[in-house]
Design a protein around this ligand. Structure first.
Ligand SMILES: *Cc1c(COP(=O)(O)O)cnc(C)c1O
Length: 400
């Protein structure tokens, strides 16, 4: 056994989260794409079967009440809350991340008031956030300024209404400094909106502790909710009374079954709801969240960093010099839960890796992306992934 394989075995033996792997449906492949679509938690199929056959098939309309369908958005929001450092009553689940970015950003501009005419957006953002921000700016008559996250403090002024930032860069895996950026946004009198798609379920976020105003995130990446599972919206308690959603549907009405012509928002986080929730996906997500029971986020973060450290160590050992370059910061405080490697022929290299049972993904034009999900990826997986990468890259080099 090589030194690194031996080390992997020792690390797996000392891993307090190793047992969680049994809660997922996995096969022999090394699955390092959980930052794109989380693996299936073993409890989900049975729950979905029950929701469809019994709750829908037998109880039918009664399930809105008897099976808790109507209150699912806020109930499941409260299950996500501890994972992002939020007290109960501030998160509702529903709609896609894109739609929630729209609600949050327009809501943020409305909270900031009339005098402020600029919106700042993370220049390196996941594209959908940028597109929505552009439209939100046009609709609210504000100017959109794309700014790299580290230059946000210098770009803030008394003209800034709202700032939309990604917590972790989806491409490079860089973790941005949420506490200090949020404090800077607040010092300028603006509203901070964070996209947590690549941090929730992978590292502590501390929404309440750091005074984040609004946040959104998806649930199909590190939260394993399933393809297209609904996203969530966090509205800080102190702002809820003033949060004025640009999508005020009947589900967020103070009296939804009053069927009144005039809109009157429900109290609390409920006003982030819009229309009838997607119950099948939402309840699959609820079952998927069982895997977090008794798992401290700090333990997840500790293992995530150990996994990415070990992957970088194995890559340095196994991959021929100069064939890849890590885009992911070395410093722990700047690293999310993925490693992005710049590599010539990255598309072809990823296809070969997948053929050999190591599943990551390729991001245009030249990035190999590997996501590390601490609940079901172990250190032996990491060693194997780096070893196969080295073999593939030697093979590619040899065949020209
Ligand atoms: C994955 C991701 C999204 C996805 O948005 P959808 O509306 O679910 O398609 C949005 N923002 C970021 C930062 C993401 O990583």
């Amino acid at each position: 056994m090589s030194d690194l394989a031996f080390k992997a075995r020792e690390l797996d033996l000392g891993d307090p989260l190793a047992q969680r792997r049994a809660a997922f449906v996995l096969d022999e492949a090394v699955y390092l794409d959980g930052n794109s679509l989380g693996a299936l938690p073993a409890a989900v199929p049975g729950r979905v079967e029950d929701v469809v056959r019994r709750q829908w098939g037998e109880l039918r309309i009664r399930s809105w009440e008897e099976s808790g369908w109507w209150t699912a958005p806020e109930r499941i929001g409260d299950r996500i809350a501890p994972l992002v450092g939020a007290d109960a009553g501030q998160i509702v689940v529903g709609d896609s991340t894109s739609v929630n970015v729209f609600k949050a950003l327009v809501g943020a501009v409305r909270l900031a008031g009339e005098g402020r005419d600029e919106i700042l957006v993370d220049a390196t953002t996941f594209p959908t956030d940028g597109y929505i921000a552009e439209s939100a700016a046009r609709l609210t008559g504000r100017t959109l300024r794309p700014v790299p996250p580290d230059r946000v403090p210098a770009a803030l002024s008394d003209r800034t209404a709202a700032v939309l930032l990604n917590h972790v860069d989806y491409r490079t895996g860089r973790l941005h400094d949420l506490p200090s950026l949020t404090a800077a946004v607040h010092a300028a009198g603006a509203v901070a909106v964070w996209d947590l798609c690549h941090s929730a379920g992978a590292l502590p976020v501390g929404l309440d502790e750091h005074g984040v105003d609004l946040a959104v995130g998806c649930t199909y990446k590190y939260l394993n909710g399933g393809p297209g599972s609904p996203a969530y919206l966090y509205v800080r308690r102190g702002l809820q009374d003033r949060f004025d959603s640009p999508l005020p549907g009947w589900n967020s009405h103070a009296e939804p079954f009053g069927m009144r012509p005039a809109y009157e928002p429900a109290p609390g986080a409920l006003r982030g709801r819009v229309g009838t929730p997607d119950i099948l996906s939402m309840l699959a997500l609820e079952a998927a969240l069982d895997v977090w029971e008794g798992v401290p986020v700090e333990a997840v973060r500790a293992k995530s960093l150990a996994l990415t450290d070990f992957f970088l160590e194995c890559v340095a050992e196994y991959v021929p010099e100069g064939r890849v370059e890590s885009l992911t910061p070395v410093a722990h405080e700047e690293r999310g839960s993925q490693v992005a490697l710049r590599c010539d022929d990255a598309g072809k290299v990823m296809r070969r890796l997948i053929e050999r049972g190591v599943v990551g993904d390729f991001r245009h034009p030249d990035v190999l992306r590997f996501g590390f999900t601490p609940l079901y990826v172990g250190f032996a997986d990491v060693e194997r992934a780096a070893r196969v990468l080295g073999e593939v890259l030697r093979g590619t080099a040899a065949s020209g």
